[in-house]
Design a protein around this ligand. Structure first.
Ligand code: COA
Length: 376
């Protein structure tokens, strides 16, 4: 902490009260709406987790069925959104940029009631990502299938194949794991925007922009590239040492809050192990495990006292690759899950919040000449 209460990066500053999620960085714990992530993520449906976040309790079976059906009925994109995606695809606009642009159009035909708008926004995120992915590969988008849940429908819209139960479950576990994480950068962004009494679409678009950066949600792609570049475990140590000697950061390691292993890394590692056993190349799983061990020990050597441990992004890369997603889809898929958390924080901010407006310590010059004259 510096003089005048200034905390660079707002580290440790409590800027909201929330019932949505609790992160204990020393103990490596994540509680989502009263449930431990380790128990919640692999067992619940994504729709049940969203209901829990938005309503503060689990749905009854009939409420869950109703919510699943409501969400499924809202997936179709406005014609203008599809035209936009079609127009930007030939330029190979990165998928996160396309998602940001398309999300901004989602209130063109949507209800103004915040609850209904929120459900529509959540429902349409996978449709945007999948439609754009197909368009940028020169393929026709696949219409959503109302018979499938949120996760399975996303996978089917990507490749046109009915996903196996193992793939759908793995994706659902991933979406649940990343659904909310306290006042992270993108959630904070959403809260700042909605706190001005702007609108939910603006809040989600801002959050997508914040998530895109490699220090937040953009890390899993580079983390996987790194593992592929390493290739075999014997190359891990020289490769990682060289990166650290060059002052580079190892993607998928380190966290502002967690000073022990990110609990989400464990949930995703277990999900990846199940998936790779059922349906995948176990060698990649073994390589990732080995690279993790080497990286953590080298980070302790090069950055002593920093407690740099594995974060969620490292195993996101492995799991999403195992599910069959291209690297370019990793961050957009993170956004599909986190949208539910962003929306929950918007509801909470609207209920309890005040305008978020911190201060800055002025370190610039002061006028040196008399009042009324400009000092040059
Ligand atoms: N690899 C190498 N060094 C790292 C590192 C990493 N992944 N993460 C942090 N460090 C080092 C920094 O270089 C700095 O060292 P220095 O004091 O010798 O200069 C020190 O640890 C503190 O870094 P700082 O950037 O102040 O920490 P932070 O709390 O702001 O950073 C992250 C948190 C996540 C941004 C950071 O750990 C990072 O860049 N990780 C890699 C990207 C990533 O995986 N992002 C996904 C997060 S879920």
């Amino acid at each position: 902490m510096q003089e005048n209460g200034y905390k660079p990066g707002l580290e440790g500053v409590v800027a909201a009260e929330t019932r949505l999620s609790h992160v204990d960085g020393q103990r490596g714990e994540l509680i989502i709406a009263g449930q431990r992530v380790e128990a919640l993520a692999p067992q619940a449906s994504f729709e049940a987790v969203v209901f829990l976040l938005w309503n503060g309790r689990f749905p009854t079976p009939s409420e869950e069925a109703e919510f699943v059906a409501d969400l499924a009925s809202r997936r179709q994109l406005p014609a203008a959104t599809m035209q936009l995606l079609t127009a930007v695809a030939p330029q190979q606009t990165p998928p996160m940029d396309a998602l940001r642009m398309a999300a901004a159009t989602l209130d063109l035909d949507s209800p103004t009631d915040n609850r209904a708008l929120a459900t529509t926004l959540l429902a349409r995120m996978p449709t945007i990502v999948a439609a754009y992915d197909r368009l940028r590969h020169g393929q026709q988008p696949i219409p959503p299938d109302p018979a499938l849940g949120h996760a399975a429908n996303y996978l089917q819209m990507l490749d046109g194949k009915r996903p196996s139960a193992a793939r759908s479950r793995a994706l659902e576990t991933y979406l649940n794991t990343v659904v909310d994480h306290s006042l992270n950068a993108s959630t904070f962004t959403a809260r700042v925007i909605i706190a001005t009494q702007s609108d939910m679409v603006s809040a989600i678009v801002g959050a997508i922009g914040a998530l895109k950066g490699p220090l937040h949600g953009g890390a899993p792609g580079p983390a996987l590239d790194m593992v592929f570049e390493i290739g075999t475990l014997d190359r891990a140590e020289p490769y990682l040492r060289q990166k650290l000697e060059a002052g580079e950061r190892l993607m998928g390691f380190g966290h502002r809050v967690y000073k022990v292993r990110d609990p989400r890394a464990e949930v995703l590692a277990i999900a990846a192990e199940h998936l790779f056993e059922a349906d995948g190349d176990k060698r990649l799983y073994e390589l990732v495990k080995g690279v993790e061990k080497t990286a953590v020990s080298l980070l302790a050597e090069y950055k002593p006292g920093r407690n740099l441990q594995t974060n969620v992004e490292f195993y996101t890369a492995l799991l999403l690759n195992g599910i069959g997603l291209e690297t370019a889809l990793f961050t957009p898929t993170f956004a599909i899950g986190r949208t539910a958390g962003w929306i929950a924080h918007c509801f909470e901010q609207l209920e309890n919040g005040r305008l978020i407006r911190p201060s800055a310590r002025y370190v610039g010059a002061y006028p040196t000449v008399n009042e009324g004259t400009i000092s040059r």
